[in-house]
Design a protein around this ligand. Structure first.
Ligand SMILES: NC(=O)c1ccc[n+]([C@@H]2O[C@H](COP(=O)([O-])OP(=O)(O)OC[C@H]3O[C@@H](n4cnc5c(N)ncnc54)[C@H](O)[C@@H]3O)[C@@H](O)[C@H]2O)c1
Ligand SMILES: O=C(O)CC[C@@H](O)C(=O)O
Length: 525
């Protein structure tokens, strides 16, 4: 039974879903990194929010870990490249808290427009400072949206409802989508010059870090109000403080900070600043949504192989997963065969699917081919890290679909260009379930790729098979299955045998020296 650790505070329904789906679950929150390192080796899955930071050190200790699920959107607390290189799937729940966070952005916009926190504190202190607080209306004002994805677009629709005009800067926003959203797509400088309010809704990346830099803050309209509910590093906090103090910036509301938890920050105490402690996603509804989603997604992956909302692997629905599983087994074996037989350091590989296979999601099939193939370089390769390792090695990967059936109702073919020409192997599923090699380098040959195998390329000649059998028999090696194919009588032939145990090198050397042998190689599947 797979085992999952919930290491951040999460709605209790998450644990129940794990149990209902047959996954053992422990909930241990507030662990220090060194404490997590001690126990993480016991778990197949890790469910987190934002308090747990999954570092290289934690991943190194996570020897059984297969999947990390973030109950939320931002995954900047997970070292995704390293998780990928370790073959760990990283998932998030991209929609569960979007409405809640958008509502928080709108709430902060109102708070900063009407100085609600200060007015509240003053009133409750018995001051009744009616003349001290003079706000601004949102109606008719221009909202500059930086980032128009899930949350940005919800904020835009709410702002339009409040009769604001919305301009958006997002390099990935298409003109059609902008029209659909009812916003005007603009460049950043135009947004800075025109916006009365600016809200940020981008992830923190190398491109967005410090997007509201000192220089860009200086380009904003005097009296601008800024709301950040996305990620701390998007604003230069020192420049923001100066802008608030000088009065150029009329107000700012921050839910997120460059360093969190933000128990100390130079901004604290600055006039017209409203702060919340990263509460954007903190509503009952959002927390139930993300907890349920993360538990469903992790359980699906661990129990059926279904992949949803993974950031480092193609999606694979729980319905697709059982159909694709035998194909992935076939693809991995074919990839492994090519990897074991390749004599050159290949820089290209093509994955072709034909007939019934062409109707399936090809990405997981390609991932499995690469996992099998890349095992020639590392035995810790799996479907998650194989595409990354392939990219790192500069492997050119092509995918081709042929809807029409050929000789087989379904076929997967792997082709590589080598210094000796184009080489390909192909396989099918027998009974829609059992992977079977059907062609190797243009020679028809049916075999299950299983266990220890002996591959021999030889000149077809009488007595050859007997000599191979005798050599193996004298070495005490038992032949399990025997598969033979040839180009033509007396031409090049391929012999593929399963052997009940590993083939010692001296036996392989003897076989390589038998008359007519062009190549002999021990294979393992
Ligand atoms: N405060 C919270 O508690 C809280 C809760 C949920 C999400 N978030 C954060 O909100 C942010 C947005 O979430 P989302 O679900 O809308 O994400 P999303 O991926 O749907 O949208 C992000 C948008 O940013 C745009 N973008 C990327 N690079 C950009 C750039 N250089 N300039 C301008 N736009 C750029 C993308 O094109 C995309 O449209 C994330 O950082 C997420 O972590 C915070
Ligand atoms: O889990 C939280 O409270 C914050 C989540 C939020 O930052 C997110 O990116 O989804």
């Amino acid at each position: 039974m797979p085992k999952v650790l919930i290491s951040d505070k999460m709605d209790p329904q998450a644990a129940q879903i794990f149990r209902d789906r047959g996954v053992e679950v422990d909930e241990i929150t507030g662990l220090k990194p060194e404490e997590l390192i001690k126990i993480i080796g016991d778990y197949d899955g890790l469910a987190i929010r934002s308090s747990t930071t999954v570092t290289k050190e934690i991943l190194d200790a996570a020897t059984n870990l297969k999947v990390i699920g973030r109950a939320g959107i931002g995954v900047d607390n997970v070292d995704i490249p390293y998780a990928s290189s370790r073959g760990v799937v990283v998932m998030n729940t991209p929609f569960g808290n979007s409405i809640t966070t958008a509502e928080h952005a709108i709430a902060l916009m109102f708070a900063v427009a009407r100085q609600l926190p200060e007015a509240d504190a003053s009133t409750q202190a018995g001051k009744w400072e009616k003349n001290r607080f003079m706000g601004v209306e949102l109606t008719g004002k221009t909202l500059g949206l930086i980032g128009a994805g899930n949350i940005g677009s919800i904020v835009a629709s709410r702002a339009l409802g409040l009769k604001m005009k919305v301009v958006a800067f997002d390099p990935f926003l298409t003109p059609e989508r902008a029209i659909e959203m009812g916003v005007e797509k603009v460049d950043l400088d135009t947004l800075l010059a025109r916006a009365d309010f600016i809200t940020l809704h981008t992830p923190l990346t190398d491109q967005t870090r410090n997007i509201l830099s000192r220089e860009n803050l200086a380009k904003t309209k005097k009296g601008v109000r800024i709301v950040n509910c996305a990620r701390g590093g998007l604003i230069d906090e020192a420049a923001l403080k100066e802008g608030l103090e000088s009065g150029h910036i009329a107000g700012a509301a921050l839910d997120v900070f460059a360093v969190e938890p933000a128990k100390e920050n130079a901004l604290f105490g600055t006039p017209n600043l409203v702060c919340t402690p990263h509460l954007g996603a903190s509503t009952k509804e959002a927390q139930v949504n993300v907890a349920l989603q993360v538990a469903e997604q992790l359980s699906d992956y661990l129990m059926t192989g279904g992949v949803t909302n993974a950031l480092n692997m193609p999606s694979l629905s729980a319905e697709e997963a059982p159909k694709l599983k035998p194909y992935m087994a076939l693809a991995e074996k074919l990839g492994s065969l090519v990897g074991q037989l390749a004599q050159d350091d290949l820089d290209n590989i093509a994955v072709e699917v034909e007939g019934a296979a062409a109707e399936l999601n090809i990405k997981p099939i390609t991932g499995a081919v690469l996992a099998g193939f890349m095992r020639r370089y590392s035995d810790t390769v799996n479907m998650v890290n194989a595409p990354y390792l392939a990219k790192e090695r500069g492997l050119d990967v092509r995918e081709v679909r042929h809807a029409q059936e050929g000789a087989y109702q379904t076929l997967v073919r792997i082709t590589v260009n080598t210094s000796e020409g184009t080489r390909s192997v192909a396989g099918t599923l027998f009974g829609n379930a059992n992977p079977r090699l059907v062609e190797i380098f243009g020679i028809s040959l049916e075999a299950e790729l299983e266990g220890d195998m002996l591959y021999i390329v030889n000149e077809d000649a009488p007595g050859f098979i007997g000599r191979v059998g005798t050599t193996l028999g004298e070495a005490g090696l038992n032949i399990g299955t025997f598969h033979l194919g040839r180009r033509s009588a007396g031409g090049e032939a391929i012999l593929l045998l399963t052997i009940d145990s590993a083939i010692p090198q001296p036996v392989l050397d003897t076989i390589s020296k038998l008359p007519g042998v062009k190549r002999a190689k021990a294979l393992k599947f």
